[in-house]
Design a protein around this ligand. Structure first.
Ligand code: LMR
Length: 393
């Protein structure tokens, strides 16, 4: 029976991790997978995480099961981090999930449970795992225009035109901040317009919130999501601690469902617990407990926020330096968007041939759609990288 298996299409981001590793060249640069790197090229364990792990190691006296929805203390802290007081806790059902991807998967299964064959819209382009999981769980997929390849900014008119085709009960995946892969983000006003359209059409927003704190700040990055949450009758949110807590391999995420008066919260909670049970039983505890310790302890929380701010500000400096260098090298404003974009990524808008040339000739690894991991830019080599990019276009 197993002989019937056919080769699965590789994920183009994950594929690059191996390609980069195998490249023997000394001066190679990894601008592929979205992992934060410091000035020395390391992805450190954050200070507050180390401290919380020490506490956990000393205080934990059992490894027995926690609960199907995970650690409810963690879930509630995450609810507050993501939603603030935008909606009353009594309207929110939350479940711990194995990373942001796990949360997306669980929520899409919940959509399928509520409405088999539902249609999920996502931005064109989006994180490649979105369409892959939508297909995997057997839901229908539609895309909306999002990115203007000429300006490298949001194509808002195109987005609204496409979303005008929404039907009641459709689900619309939206990046809460720090759009992956483009780095181009909706303004507060645009977010409001999308909110009004979704309400008018009876569609449900599904926020992928993987980069809170990587754009303009923890609160600033959540502002649009909270404003939308306060208005819509129902909403899905997949939050991740991979990036803002640097807990990549520990798989820490949370799935939230905000319900309206027509939906019984207890039934949603039961469905989320059941889906966890069916897929993996109990979500992994360690990283979630670490996050809970940090968020509940004022000192650790302050240190975490301070380190996250250092990371965010470093990315902003790299953005400005790269935009300056590209301006010098190309003698044009073509790459000015690099300064304006927010989050870990920017799409350069260069051809796939140019991307391949950079890889082959210079060992510079950029995802095929020309997405650059800003946090992977080595500060002291920006001039050299800008020159290579200018040369390749
Ligand atoms: C990325 O987009 O590079 C990250 O979110 C890592 C991943 O899982 O793809």
């Amino acid at each position: 029976m197993l002989k019937n298996l056919t080769p699965q299409p590789p994920d183009k981001i994950i594929e690059m991790i191996a390609m980069y590793k195998e490249d023997p060249r000394d001066g190679k640069v990894d601008l592929g997978v979205g992992v934060y790197k410091d000035e020395a090229g390391r992805t450190p364990v954050m200070r507050a995480v180390k401290a919380a792990e020490k506490r956990l190691l000393e205080s934990q006296d059992s490894k027995s099961y926690v609960g199907l929805l995970g650690d409810l203390g963690f879930v509630d802290e995450m609810r507050k981090l993501v939603l603030g007081d935008a909606v009353p806790a009594e309207r929110v059902s939350g479940a711990q999930a194995p990373g942001g991807t796990g949360a997306i998967h669980q929520l899409l299964e919940l959509v399928r449970m509520a409405k088999p064959g539902a249609t999920v819209w996502f931005s064109d382009p989006t994180w490649p795992n979105h369409p892959a999981i939508v297909k995997h769980v057997g839901l229908n997929a539609k895309t909306y225009r999002y990115f203007d390849a000429e300006t490298c900014e949001v194509d808002f008119a195109g987005m609204m035109e496409d979303l005008a085709g929404l039907e009641a009960d459709d689900v619309v995946l939206i990046h809460g901040c720090c759009h992956n892969p483009t780095g181009a983000n909706l303004t507060a006003e645009q977010f409001d317009k999308v909110t009004a359209l979704l309400i008018e059409k009876g569609a449900t927003p599904f926020i992928d919130f993987a980069y809170q704190g990587f754009g303009d700040g923890l609160e600033e990055d959540a502002a649009n999501v909270r404003a939308m949450a306060a208005k819509v009758p129902q909403m899905l949110i997949a939050a991740s601690c991979s990036k803002n807590f640097g807990l990549y391999r520990d798989r820490v995420g949370a799935a939230f469902v905000i319900v309206g008066p027509d939906t019984e919260l207890g039934v949603v909670k039961g469905a989320m617990a059941s889906l966890n049970r069916l897929n993996f039983s109990f979500p992994p505890d360690h990283g979630a407990k670490v996050v809970e310790i940090i968020l509940k302890d004022p000192e650790l929380r302050a240190d975490w926020e301070a380190e996250l701010k250092e990371m965010r500000e470093r990315m902003l400096v790299l953005r400005a330096d790269m935009a300056d260098a590209l301006k010098r090298e190309t003698n044009s404003d073509r790459f000015e968007f690099f300064r304006k974009h927010r989050g870990m990524f920017s799409r350069l808008g260069i051809s796939s041939d140019a991307v391949l040339k950079l890889r082959a000739d210079k060992g510079i690894y950029i995802v095929g759609d020309s997405r650059v991991n800003v946090a992977g830019l080595p500060g002291e080599r920006i001039g050299e990288l800008a020159k290579a990019i200018a040369g390749a276009v």
